[in-house]
Write a new protein. Structure first.
Length: 705
């Protein structure tokens, strides 16, 4: 395909973004506006018209799946195979750099990469060792991840005082965690980026080398970058300043992972000559869906203004159903899906059900099963997280790097070989005392006569097993896996399903070299989960990012669920919740159903629910409001097609969030929330020195200040 053909397939704004190749560029791409087309066409344009070699373009996506799709699209456009490309995720790109350069930081190039479960396993071990409550491991892992995303090392954290929310116990765990990683010659996901940035900070010659290698930089989903990722992009682009980033601040939903939507502002500050192009034509949704989602997201104050439009027509109105309880909500969704499917226009795979938290899926799954509707929960336990798969991978990693303590702990007695807790404790003690890996500690114990002959014999058998497996590490990985299973007898007590999973692992390793295979597996995340088969997809809003469906159901539109109750005290958190809702709505191409329940069991407690505050923003002419009468059996329910008063878009909120009011007893306070209507109108007010009070307006005698 020649340049003219490329250009003719784009709208005017996309064309402008394609042709701008001199200087930094920010493409603000609204949902469904064809950003993937722009970024792939731009890559092809740089190759064909600017004669850049593929090895000189550093292109970053956020999932391996997106990277593979990008390569495939570019090859299709150019009509040829691409070789020596740098197209991948931040983590895979940094892994590639570190495999060549990490010796400069004191690591060996055969380092292993710990995934989330490996990270959790190591942190739990450290917490136990330091006599800290072990159940805190997930929170500790999140804090450490956020510190690394902000490029804060253990030493900087310890010397920071209160600058980064210093916590003495966390500091000890973080320091111990990093020491243990280095001892094992292991990196976690956050290290891949943090250490690459550190490499470029400490070695100006290496930074210059990669600045010269990468003549152009492309970044997709820029709104989801964290600080360390932003710094990596900035450092690589600071030399030639040839940079194009694509993103949408309205779809920034990974704040809990350290993503910073303000990186867009940083970009404008660090690159004053930055050109901004907005893509506002939507190719996915109908206009009613765009108007509803646009009206909701417009309530966010800190955003770049965009107004999406489409030539697909208005389409059906968005439907909002307010039901008696979560069981009726689930039954309504299942029955509606059945009716949609029987009409023949859509298959089950065209339909998705989205929710804020995973526990909402229980009632929905039960209702779908009763209607015999096939479904899958996306983002659950992935293939590579299954116990039998993790065990085999641990053996492979020990073969690759015998000093990987996390993997060794996992397999030393798996399957059982008579190495009990007392022996493992002794190995741990020697390892800590001598400052050596567990593998070396086992060798040390075997060389001394102080241990029980039986224990020594079992440990020697284990060492001999690993050495035998290590001797065939250059063979195809599928053959190595086969040897592991046969020598250990691992599969003897497994079910047929679990044996089949090992067979699938062998098939996925066909033709791969050990190091390459372990890297590929380690860099897979839940975001790479694919939607396959003719089944309805159930998932959280976070998992739905980047996907699209003809029909979308958004459930649990209630205060406390969406927005989630933990977001009530922060405007930033509330804006993120609104972005989550926006992302969910813009997954729908043709039909969007919104549902909520008057009663719901939340954390084992049945409670009354109020409609979500986000519903107040929805234009009345774009939405059909239906309330189901409360009844014993769903089939007997009769819809009353009238606007739901409590959620009516025409309702005026008398006290806006942020306004000041005076109470006769507690003085002046700031309104945090206002909900309900008429006699039931309630307001939440934060009074200094008193706290948040929830008041019935008709009794509170509030006065505006």
């Amino acid at each position: 395909m020649n340049a003219r053909s490329l250009i003719n397939q784009l709208n005017p704004q996309q064309k402008e973004a394609l042709l701008h190749t001199d200087g930094p560029l920010l493409i603000l791409a609204g949902a469904g506006s064809g950003k993937t087309r722009v970024i792939t066409y731009k890559y092809a344009y740089l190759l064909k018209e600017k004669n850049l070699p593929s090895s000189s373009i550093f292109a970053v996506t956020f999932t391996n799946k997106a990277a593979d799709e990008m390569k495939s699209r570019i090859c299709s456009i150019l009509g040829c195979e691409l070789n020596h490309t740098w197209i991948g995720t931040f983590h895979s790109q940094c892994n590639r750099i570190l495999r060549s350069e990490i010796k400069a930081l004191g690591y060996s190039t055969d380092f292993v990469i710990y995934d989330e479960s490996d990270q959790h396993s190591l942190i739990r071990h450290i917490l136990k060792e330091l006599n800290i409550y072990e159940a805190l491991y997930k929170g500790v892992a999140t804090r450490i991840s956020n510190l690394k995303a902000s490029l804060i090392s253990p030493e900087e954290f310890i010397s920071s005082g209160d600058s980064y929310g210093f916590d003495e116990k966390l500091a000890k765990v973080y320091m111990r965690y990093q020491d243990e990683l280095k001892r094992c010659n292991a990196l976690d996901f956050d290290d891949l980026i943090m250490l690459t940035v550190r490499l470029f900070q400490e070695r100006e010659d290496l930074l210059k080398k990669y600045q010269e290698r990468f003549q152009y930089i492309l970044v997709d989903e820029f709104q989801d970058t964290n600080y360390s990722q932003y710094m990596l992009v900035k450092m690589l682009a600071s030399g030639h300043r040839q940079l194009s980033v694509v993103g949408d601040d309205d779809q920034s939903i990974y704040r809990f992972r350290g993503a910073e939507v303000r990186n867009i502002t940083r970009l404008e500050k660090d690159f004053p000559d930055l050109k901004i192009i907005k893509l506002e034509q939507n190719y996915r949704c109908t206009q009613n869906i765009l108007d509803v989602s646009g009206a909701v997201i417009a309530e966010n104050k800190s955003r770049k203004q965009k107004r999406l439009w489409t030539d697909r027509g208005r389409g059906d109105k968005v439907c909002f159903y307010w039901l008696p309880n979560e069981e009726d909500e689930a039954k309504y969704i299942a029955r509606t899906i059945r009716e949609i499917y029987l009409k023949g226009k859509y298959t089950y795979r065209d339909i998705a059900i989205l929710y804020r938290i995973n526990m909402q899926s229980r009632a929905i799954e039960e209702a779908l099963r009763k209607e015999r509707i096939p479904y899958r929960v996306v983002g659950g336990i992935g293939f590579y997280e299954r116990a039998e798969v993790k065990d085999i991978l641990a053996y492979l990693r020990i073969i690759q790097n015998p000093h990987d303590n996390v993997s060794l702990r996992r397999i030393i007695n798996t399957p059982p070989r008579g190495i009990g807790a007392a022996t493992i404790n002794k190995i741990e003690h020697v390892s800590k005392k001598e400052g050596i890996s567990l593998y070396d500690a086992i060798s040390d114990i075997c060389s001394k006569k102080s241990s029980s002959p039986t224990v020594v014999e079992r440990l020697r058998d284990f060492i001999e097993l690993i050495e035998r497996l290590s001797s065939i590490r250059t063979q195809p990985v599928s053959e190595v896996i086969k040897e592991i299973v046969e020598l250990t007898g691992y599969a003897e007590s497994l079910s047929e399903e679990r044996i089949q999973n090992i067979a699938e692992l062998m098939a996925s390793a066909e033709g791969a070299e050990l190091g390459e295979f372990l890297d590929r597996v380690s860099l897979i995340t839940r975001l790479d989960d694919s939607v396959e088969g003719d089944r309805v997809s159930l998932m959280t809003f976070h998992t739905a990012k980047g996907l699209e469906f003809s029909v979308v159901f958004i459930t649990g539109l209630e205060e406390g669920l969406l927005p989630y109750f933990k977001a009530f005290e922060s405007d930033e958190e509330l804006e993120e919740e609104r972005r989550l809702f926006y992302v969910g709505m813009t997954r729908a191409k043709d039909h969007l159903y919104l549902t909520g329940a008057k009663k719901r069991r939340v954390f084992s407690k049945l409670q009354d629910q109020e409609p979500s505050r986000f519903l107040f923003s929805i234009p009345k002419n774009c939405c059909r409001w239906v309330e189901k009468a409360i009844c014993k059996h769903y089939q007997e329910a009769t819809p009353k097609e009238k606007p739901r008063k409590a959620a009516s878009p025409a309702f005026k909120v008398p006290y806006k969030t942020g306004c000041r009011v005076r109470h006769p007893k507690w003085g002046v306070g700031v309104v945090r929330d206002c909900y309900g209507e008429g006699e039931d109108l309630k307001v939440a007010v934060n009074f200094p020195g008193v706290g948040v009070k929830r008041l019935a307006v008709k009794f509170a005698h509030l006065e505006r200040v």
